[in-house]
Design a protein. Sequence first.
Length: 446
Amino acid sequence: MFNRVLIANRGEIALRIGRALRSLGVEVCMIHGREDRLSTPVRFSDDSRPILRSNPLDSYLDIEAVIDAAKSMGVDAIHPGYGFLAENADFVRRLEEEEITFIGPSSDVIRLLGDKIEARKAMEAAGLPVAKGSSESVSSADEAVSLASEIGYPVIIKAAAGGGGIGMQIVHDSSEFSSALNLCQSRARSAFGDDRVFVEKYIEGAQHIEFQVLADGKNAIHFGERFCSIQRRHQKLLEEGPWLSDEVRSEIGSKVCAGAEAVGYRGLATFEFLRDSNGDFYFLEVNPRVQVEHTVTEMITGEDMVQLGIRVAAGESLPLTQEDVKFNGHAIQFRINAEDPRKFVPSPGKLWECHFPGGVGVRVDTHAHVGYDMPGCFDSLLAKMIVWGKDRNEAIARSRAALAETVIIGVDTVIPLHRAILDERDFLDRRVTIRYLENHPSILED
C-alpha cells in the first residue's frame, strides 16, 4: 500500500478520497488554489501545497505544477478524483515518466477511451451493443447525409473527443445537417481542440443507465447499475439504483466486464448506455474514473468503491469475485447544486446557515459548512445526499424527510426541484427518460 498520496482535486470528492486513504492508513496530501486554502479537505490533509494562479481552474490543471508539488511532498501516487486532470492522458504519461503511480488506468487506455470513435470500435469488438453509426469521423454535410439515409432519422452528431454532451446536435432531416455539423464541429474545436465528429442513430425515449466496474488490468467485476436519466444540460441531477432485473443485470454486466478486460483496464470505470423503449441497450462511453454517483453503488453493495480503486492501483488483484457482490435495498442520490432550481444558473455566495440531515439510511458527502464561501469559478456541486431504503418506496419516503430537514441559507439550491420530483407521478411510476425535465417544464409550479 502507498505511504502518501496526493489528491489533485478539491471539494467533496477530495474529502471523500481523503477518507478512503485514511482508512487504509495512507497519509493525505493536497494541492489548492487561493480560493480553497481554508477549505475542509485542505484543513484535514496531512500536507498541502498552494498552486496560485490568476485563473482558479489553472491551480488544478497545470500539469507540471501538480507534478512538482507531488515530488516536493514525496508522494507515491496521485488520485485525480473526477474532472480537472482525471481523464488527461498527457498528465498520466508524465506521471509514468516520473514513476509516480496514477490511481486509474494507463495513459494508453485513457487515450483510447477518450476518443469516442475508437472506444466505440473497441467495445463493439468486445461484444457490447452499439447504435448504428459512423466508424470514422465525418467532415462534410454530404457524407453525413449519406450516413443518415442508411441509419435512418433522427440521428445525432457527437464530438469524438471530450464529454458532457458539449456540441451534440440532433438532426431530423437532411436540410438541417449543414448548420448542425458546423455548430458541433465549432463547439468541439473550442472545447477540446479537436473538431472531429461522428454520426450515430438517435435513441428516442431513451433512459440513461450505467454500470460500475472494477478491474485490475486482467480481470473485471461489476457492481450493478445506476439509473441516471434525470439530467439538466446532459448533466445528471438525481441517480438511483438498482433499476434492472437480475437477468438483464447479469447479461449487461458480463458484457461490460468483457469490455474492460479487452482493453486491459485497471481501476474504477463506469460504462454508460442508453436503453430504448424496447429495452435494448446501446453503448455510449466509458468514464475512466470515479463517478460523482459512486455513492449509490456503495449504499446498495456495502463496498467502498474509492478504497477498492486505490487498492487495485497499489498492485492488488481484485479483492472480490463477482459472486461476492451482493445487492441490498434501493438508494437515491440527490446532487445539491448551488443553482437556481428553475434556470440552473450558478448561485455562488457565503453559507450563513448550513444543516444537513442524518438518521437511518441517510448519508451526506459535502465539504460545505456554515461560513463557507461557495465560489462561482468551479462546479456548482455543494453536497451529495444519498438515501437508502429496503425498497424504492422506502428510499423515496426517507428522501422526502431528509430533504425537508436540509437547510442552506445564502445561496440558491436545487432542493425545491428534488422535492417536487419526489412527488411527481411519472417519477413515482418509473416513467422516466433523459427528457424528463423537458417533459415536465412546470414541475415546480404543479
